[in-house]
Design a protein around this ligand. Structure first.
Ligand code: S3P
Length: 430
């Protein structure tokens, strides 16, 4: 992908559907015994992989115009797949489906691309095994491919996790739906709660409050139609671009505004960003809002452990904002970034430094000495096949005086296939 210096960014950006909510909508719809219509589903590679996995398990899914129709037949309606279940680059698909398949009465194998098969899986295998699941994985049960021999008599557990991960929590919630007693999950910090919210909306017996979730098994899931809000994480690239470019003003309508996801807006506001959030409302048990952002003079900020799970996917693009914010921004407690699609701490530090940013890598975050008039150098940059790195580099490149190339930018299709087109359309180069 080649990026050219942009003067400004303007207009209404039709950001596609939320990735986390799309995955969950397809999985939860499949677990009902009803037909569920999902609108604004994200047809990105990751979310298509979730659909392909569900289809291999015998779930009937159709796409009619822009709607997805899922003919749920319950977990008992799933069939043993006659091939491996390939999740591509999607950590959410493998971890959430591992929870579901732990409770299915058959054998299955889950595998992904090089990045997924390098990511830590002990974090789901260990607690699921405590529930009675039979899961084996490569590297002494720590990595995918994963082999699961489903067990339809799982037991509920109390699980005090030492990491705050919505994928781990969701895997346990899905397994817990089919256990013989309640499953209780306590995490150190609050992680995104889309699984809880959607299951509640579908009538499951679930209680959640901050770091604490309890799923009671046995309730019948009702079919409810879903409109997937626009992805607030994808919106972040356009919002940060509008803050750092001159004469800019963008709008995003129907953005997901779940507080466990929208915290980066508060961080940017603390940095002095001119952002307005309007028309806040509830749509299928999820908060949504319209967001407007304007060119701003940014100041440095301190970001600590407690908020990290709520901004985890936006840290790469927040590092772009911090590079153009006066003063020293400190990000701590973000060691989980090392276990994403790439080691995002080391990749951001190396690529941003090369571009001219003053950034120091720490074990659990960064120190960034920002300048409003920072000069960005042209050249060839590596995304390390990580979509969020590629899109963050694209925003950084909008400020480069010379040609700015990003290698392996196809990875953007995992979450935001329309990104390049929408960016090109919204920027003005003169
Ligand atoms: C996700 C949870 C987060 C996030 C990922 C999507 C989800 O991962 O980074 O992009 O949909 O549950 P962790 O659970 O590993 O923190």
């Amino acid at each position: 992908m080649q990026i050219y210096k942009a003067c400004s960014i303007n207009g209404e950006i039709p950001v596609p559907g939320d990735k986390s909510i799309s995955h969950r909508s397809a999985i939860i719809a499949s677990l009902t015994k009803e037909t569920v219509i999902i609108n604004n589903y994200l047809f990105s590679e990751d979310c298509i992989n979730t659909l392909e996995v569900l289809k291999k398990l015998g779930v009937k899914i159709e796409k009619i115009q822009s709607s997805l129709i899922v003919h749920g037949n319950g977990l008992e309606g799933f069939n043993e797949p006659d091939d491996i279940l390939y999740v591509g680059n999607s950590g959410t698909t493998i971890r959430l489906m591992c929870g579901v398949l732990s409770a299915a009465g058959f054998f299955s194998v889950l595998s992904g691309d090089r990045s997924v098969n390098k990511r830590p899986m002990a974090r789901i295998i260990e607690p699921l095994a405590r529930m009675g699941a039979n899961i084996m994985g490569r590297c002494n049960n720590t990595k995918a491919p994963l082999v699961i021999k489903g067990n339809n008599s799982l037991n509920g557990i109390v699980f005090k996790s030492d990491i705050s991960s919505a994928q781990v929590k969701s895997a346990l919630i899905f397994a817990g739906l089919f256990a013989d007693s309640p499953t209780e999950i306590i995490q150190p910090e609050i992680s995104r709660d889309h699984t809880e919210k959607m299951l509640e909306y579908f009538g499951a017996d679930i209680k959640y409050d901050g770091r604490h979730t309890i799923i009671y098994p046995g309730s019948k899931l009702q079919g409810r139609n879903i409109y997937v809000p626009c992805d607030i994480s994808s919106a972040a690239y356009f919002i940060v671009a509008s803050l750092i470019l001159r004469d800019s003003h963008i709008k995003i309508k129907n953005a997901g505004f779940n507080p466990t996801r929208a915290s980066y807006i508060d961080v940017l506001k603390k940095m002095g960003a001119e952002i307005k959030v309007k028309n806040q409302r509830i749509l299928n048990n999820e908060e949504v809002a319209d967001i407007e952002a304007w060119t701003s003079s940014l100041e440095a900020v301190s970001i600590g452990t407690e908020i990290i799970p709520n901004i985890i996917d936006e840290i790469p693009v927040l590092c772009v904002a911090a590079s153009f914010a006066e003063g020293i921004t400190e990000i701590t407690g973000a060691q989980e970034l090392r276990f994403k699609e790439s080691d995002r701490i080391s990749v951001i530090a190396s690529q941003f430094k090369k571009a001219g940013a003053d950034i120091v890598e720490k074990d659990d975050g960064f120190l960034i000495r920002g300048k409003r008039d920072l000069k960005i150098s042209g050249g060839t940059y590596q995304s390390f096949s990580d979509h969020r790195i590629a899109m963050s580099l694209a925003v950084l490149g909008l400020k480069a005086d010379e040609e700015f190339n990003i290698e392996d930018s196809e990875c953007i299709d995992t979450s935001f296939p329309e990104f390049k087109y929408l960016l090109k359309k919204a920027i003005e180069n003169h």
